[in-house]
Every structure is written in structure tokens, then in C-alpha cells.
Design a protein around this ligand. Structure first.
Ligand SMILES: Nc1ncnc2c1ncn2[C@@H]1O[C@H](COP(=O)(O)OP(=O)(O)OP(=O)(O)O)[C@@H](O)[C@H]1O
Ligand SMILES: [Mg+2]
Length: 247
């Protein structure tokens, strides 16, 4: 139903494993990320779970180089995060900021910045996120969920090898969620490494190959999705999976 616009050869996972080596991130004396060591080897979708304020978005910003660790290292296939690696990533933020232009111009603007230019089919990309009919509408006129879908399409213009998504389906209706999930599965099958923050446990069960669970800036569990949901390796994760409040 949702045709993909990516026909080129799949990536070869040259940025995997993704490693955090004793990463801490402090602000105002608080350890917002607290000595996390982690090696993501999976080629499937990695989902980050944790309560509000756990540090999920900060962790993703560290992976994308928007924040620098106060100590420790972030490595992609053994290489410290640098600009070349950053150009192979794209991130969709929790609160999308779009240009005051039309939907399609928000995508073509990305192309205008590219050296060399990619040959993404922008109309097809808009189709994939269900926005083709709105292509000439100013982005500010789009609904919240439509803006979220447009920011995902914008992230895909550069055909990233690593896609970092901070709650990309948080305000989408069930049909749109399904549309985005279909697109993410397709991208995964074309060897795009996807790291995804969500609060939707059913979505995590549907999509995740592995789960990172953080609580108060600490890594509490990193397990395959099956193990995580059957036998979470920390008591906080266990409570979280059972829908209990944790402090
Ligand atoms: N620059 C900053 N200075 C001080 N505290 C910060 C800063 N940025 C984030 N924080 C705090 O760090 C904690 C983790 O923030 P983060 O945005 O990563 O949470 P989250 O796990 O993504 O939560 P949510 O599920 O609500 O999105 C929060 O308590 C937040 O207030
Ligand atoms: Mg967040």
C-alpha cells in the first residue's frame, strides 16, 4: 500500500556497533546521564523506554552529537562520533520545528543544502507519510500529527543510515501510526538502523528487536525485546512493563 521511494542498494551497517563507553552528562550538578556503557549490535529497531524525565531524549541527543558527554565516549563502529558520521544520521525531534514554507518546500530546502545532491523523490516521500495532497500547504497550517509526519519525511530526504526518532508517533491517529510503522519496517529491511523512543509498549512489542530501558539517567536494562518483556533484568523495568509508577 505504501510504496517506498528508496530503490538504491541497502546500507551495509558500517556504523554498527554503536557504543557508549562510560558516558555521563551533567547539568547544574545533576547527572542526567549516569555512567552508561552500552554496545548496540542489533541491526533491527532499537527502542528506548523509560519514564518521563529518565534521560531518553538526552541520550538520543548524545548519539546525534547535539550534546557532548561530560565524560566518556560515543563510538560508531569504533570511531568517535564526528561530522562524517553525523551526516549519515538524521534525527526527528520530540517537538518538530518546521520552516515557514510549504510542506514540499520543507523537503526541497534539505536538498538545496546537500553537496552532493541526493536523488530522493520528494513527492513519493510525501506520499509515504500521507501528505502528498497537502504538499503545497504552509507547514504551519498542518495539524500536529501531520507536522510530525512531515518532519519524518524531512529526515528521510538525506537517506540516513541511522535514523534517530524521538516519539515520532506520539500524537498520531491509529491509521497514521500504522503508516509510519510500515515505513519504518521497510527502512529497517533496507538496512537503515533505527533507534526509536516511545511510551507505547505495544508499539515496542511490535517493532523492537532490542530494548534500552533507562531510569533516572541510568541504564537499567538492555535486552532483546522478547527477554525484556518476559523477564526484565531490573526491578524498575519490571514495574514499568506492568504499568506501575516508578520513582
Ligand atoms: N539543559 C538541561 N539542564 C538541566 N536539566 C536538563 C537539561 N536538559 C534536560 N534536563 C533534565 O534532564 C531530565 C531528562 O530529560 P529528557 O528530556 O532526556 O527526558 P525524557 O526521558 O526524554 O522524558 P520524556 O519522556 O518526558 O520526554 C529531565 O528531568 C530534564 O528536566
Ligand atoms: Mg523526551
Amino acid at each position: 500500500m505504501f510504496e517506498t521511494s528508496y530503490s538504491e542498494a541497502p546500507f551495509k551497517f558500517e556504523l554498527i556497533p554503536i557504543k557508549l563507553r562510560s558516558v555521563s552528562f551533567q547539568k547544574l550538578g545533576n547527572n542526567l546521564i549516569d555512567d552508561i556503557s552500552l554496545s548496540i549490535n542489533s541491526k533491527g529497531i532499537t527502542i528506548i523506554l523509560g519514564p518521563n524525565g529518565a534521560g531518553k531524549s538526552i541520550l538520543m541527543r548524545l548519539l546525534h552529537g547535539l550534546e557532548k558527554p561530560s565524560s566518556g565516549e560515543v563510538l560508531f563502529n569504533g570511531i568517535n562520533l564526528n561530522n562524517t558520521i553525523r551526516l549519515k544520521q538524521a534525527m526527528v525531534f520530540q517537538n518538530a520545528v518546521l520552516l515557514r514554507r510549504t510542506a514540499i518546500e520543507n523537503l526541497s530546502f534539505v536538498v538545496s543544502l546537500q553537496r552532493p545532491k541526493q536523488t530522493s523523490n520528494l513527492n513519493k516521500l510525501l506520499q509515504e507519510v500521507g501528505l502528498y495532497e497537502k504538499k503545497n500547504l504552509p507547514a504551519r497550517r498542518l495539524s500536529g500529527g501531520e507536522k510530525q509526519r512531515l518532519s519524518l519525511a524531512r529526515a528521510l530526504v538525506s537517506r540516513p543510515e541511522i535514523l534517530l526518532l524521538d516519539e515520532p508517533t506520539a500524537s498520531l491517529d491509529p491509521y497514521s501510526v500504522q503508516m509510519i510503522e510500515t515505513l519504518l519496517i521497510k527502512l529497517r529491511n533496507q538496512n537503515t538502523k533505527i533507534i526509536f523512543i516511545t511510551h507505547d509498549l505495544n508499539q515496542a512489542r511490535r517493532l523492537a528487536e532490542d530494548i534500552i530501558f533507562i531510569h533516572k539517567g541510568k541504564l537499567e536494562a538492555y535486552q532483546s525485546a522478547r527477554e525484556f518483556f518476559n523477564n526484565p533484568e531490573s526491578k524498575f523495568a519490571q514495574a514499568f512493563v506492568q504499568g506501575k509508577l516508578i520513582f
